[in-house]
Design a protein around this ligand. Structure first.
Ligand code: SAH
Length: 348
């Protein structure tokens, strides 16, 4: 690849920033809107942008780059139509996205980093650590090109793929503003969920931004002892600290938080854990999403039995907690939570 990496990543720029850039080039305002439309529509080159003068297109090609991701691998579930993409990025790294077909609309699950630095014991995405953050445009591309390639109109986004979104805070916020923009893909914040392992300080900053997105917090244990065993981040932000931030988030935004809880046999699934979880969340109006642990061959952790899950659910419901169990989509293509990883390992 000979492209100059110092060139401008225009697809990460908001319309007002494009406007300032184009004004510097002596171009009228309305060009920014045109350019943003092309960028949000998945243009593969500046040459395609035929409603802009040729000289401007060549000038843009000199100072900026557009490298849509390549589909390195695409798998379609024979069972439920879930589509999993492995994208090759411009620097040769890989990330995954998954398109899920729900009755309420097609949902894409996007990655926010190449790899992950959080080190959760049950998650395949963190094997090998974090390679780098994704740019806003690389996150946006996953939504845009999943839609273009699959032909499925995307109406919802979940940031639950590879990476910790709040550990790539600025690029993720920029992505949200881009994808939400009325002149862009125009996906409403209420149709976007962001999942975090609990970077409490960042949850506090996010609350101040008052976006109307849904925040999911990967809790996975109600007490520090259990949580620190499976989630190293808990040593920096313990359960109480995370729950405090969640309370503030709810007070500030009015948006209820959803807690994710992967059921791991004999680790976080005892009646005592259910009781503690119920006590910790009682009266918050929060909702618990139980995820049957997906087997990650590299880890020795195993899923809870269906009987244990049933008892866990009953114990939570008895304490007035609203519980749902996550449905497994695309099981034949390893598309479920925790199974996305530095997939070069899978493809070679
Ligand atoms: N870093 C963010 C985004 C990942 S979202 C976060 O931690 O929330 C993916 C969700 O799947 C998280 O709740 C994560 O904890 C969960 N998960 C990871 N590995 C899993 C596995 N093997 N089985 C079930 N859920 C898993």
């Amino acid at each position: 690849m000979t492209e100059n990496l110092d060139k401008l990543d225009v697809k990460s720029m908001l319309p007002e920033e494009l406007e300032a850039m184009l004004a510097d080039m002596g171009e009228p305002r309305f060009r920014a809107k045109q350019l943003f439309k092309w960028l949000s529509g998945g243009a593969r080159s500046f040459d395609e942008m035929t409603n802009m003068p040729k000289e401007l297109r060549s000038k843009l090609a000199e100072i900026a780059y557009l490298t849509p991701p390549e589909v390195e691998r695409k798998q379609v579930s024979a069972l439920d139509g879930t589509v999993k993409y492995l994208w090759r990025l411009r620097d040769g790294n890989f990330v995954e996205s998954v398109v899920m077909r729900y009755e309420h609309g097609n949902t894409v699950c996007v990655s926010s980093q190449v790899g992950c630095a959080m080190g959760c014991a049950f998650c395949a995405s963190t094997i090998g650590g974090k390679v780098r953050d994704l740019t806003a445009s690389e996150i946006l591309d996953q939504v845009m090109f999943s839609q273009l390639d699959s032909g499925l109109k995307i109406s919802n986004i979940v940031m639950m793929g590879i990476g910790e979104p709040l550990n790539n805070f600025d690029n993720v916020i920029r992505f949200l503003r881009l994808v939400n923009h009325p002149d862009g893909m125009n996906i409403g914040m209420r149709h976007i969920s962001l999942s975090t392992c609990g970077l409490a300080e960042k949850i506090d900053i996010l609350a101040q931004l008052d976006l109307q997105l849904t925040l999911s917090v990967s809790l996975h244990a109600p007490d520090d002892e259990t949580r620190s065993r499976i989630m190293p981040i808990n040593r920096a932000y313990g359960v109480e600290r995370v729950l405090d931030s969640c309370r503030r988030y709810f007070e500030r935004t009015g948006r209820r938080i959803s807690f994710e809880y992967a059921m791991i046999r004999d680790v976080n699934d005892t009646p005592e854990h259910a009781k503690r979880l119920g006590d910790a969340l009682a009266g918050t109006g929060c909702h618990v999403n139980l995820i049957p642990l997906n087997d990650v061959p590299e880890s020795r952790l195993r899923p809870s039995t269906p009987e244990t899950m049933r008892r866990f659910i009953a114990a939570l419901e008895k304490r007035g907690i609203n519980v749902t169990v996550r449905r497994k989509l695309g099981p034949d293509i390893e598309a479920s939570c925790g199974q996305l990883r530095r997939t070069r390992l899978h493809t070679t």
